[in-house]
Write a protein that binds this ligand. Structure first.
Ligand code: HEC
Length: 207
């Protein structure tokens, strides 16, 4: 009798271990991300297809120290965390009319590198926290990997670290992204800002 109870307990433990292994590990909320390396900012202009929903927001990209190494090396080590923060904007009034100020956070997209925990999705765990820090539904999370998988040659990462302040040049990789990235829609830059050269006078230095 006692031995069958033991056997049952062992079976239960095994079943629990299997269930735990199959459930994708949760991506933790990236505490303190605003003090990490600021990678870049993006604003969606009126001519982009996503302007209706994304216009008037500011995107800020952040990388923890391991992720900064990853941008430089081209492969991201375990422990790397990338964050894309979406902020609403608040229009200034009175003397500040015409100025857009940062408003509250709309969403936080997070990617965490751990090639053991996230084996099935290229070693990256994906999560979006909404303005109340609620997580995505499992089926929505699958879309993240589906699209990021297109960046296989860049370890699933789209963005690039901008040049150090003062250098005044864009790396070839950034220029490639500005002119080919389907999401950024290069045409927007050409039409809306009058091209790379007008938007960034030093873009002539781009190689
Ligand atoms: C249709 C394609 C697409 C889907 C779906 C998508 N992303 Fe992205 N993601 C991008 C692009 C393109 C960028 C770079 C944008 C830029 O540089 O301005 C990006 C950037 C990011 C970044 C910053 C790191 C990087 O790769 O540059 C994170 C973090 C991120 N996405 C998380 C997510 C999460 C989480 C989901 C799912 C909820 C998701 N993404 C779904 C295309 C996608």
């Amino acid at each position: 009798m006692e031995s069958s109870v033991k056997k049952f307990a062992i079976l239960l433990a095994i079943a629990a271990a299997i269930a735990a292994a199959e459930k994708t590990a949760e991506v933790p909320f990236p505490d303190g991300y605003r003090s990490w390396q600021h990678v870049k900012s993006v604003i969606v202009g009126p001519e982009h297809q996503s302007y209706a929903t994304e216009g008037g927001k500011i995107y800020q990209f952040y990388a923890n120290p391991q992720a900064v190494e990853g941008y430089r090396a081209g492969r991201f080590p375990n422990g790397a965390i990338l964050v894309r923060e979406t902020l609403r904007t608040i229009a200034g009034e009175g003397g500040s009319k015409g100025i857009l100020n940062e408003g509250e956070r709309n969403a936080l997209d997070v990617m965490v590198k751990d090639d053991r925990l996230y084996r099935d999705t290229g070693g990256w765990g994906f999560e979006t926290f909404d303005s109340k820090n609620a997580r995505l539904a499992e089926k929505d999370r699958a879309q993240c990997y589906a699209c990021h998988a297109k960046q296989k040659d860049h370890d699933l990462v789209f963005s690039t670290l901008r040049a150090a302040a003062g250098a005044g040049t864009l790396s070839g990789d950034v220029k490639r992204q500005l002119t080919t990235d389907p999401y950024l829609n290069a045409g927007t830059y050409e039409r809306y800002y009058g091209g790379l050269e007008t938007m960034m006078p030093w873009a002539g230095d781009v190689r």
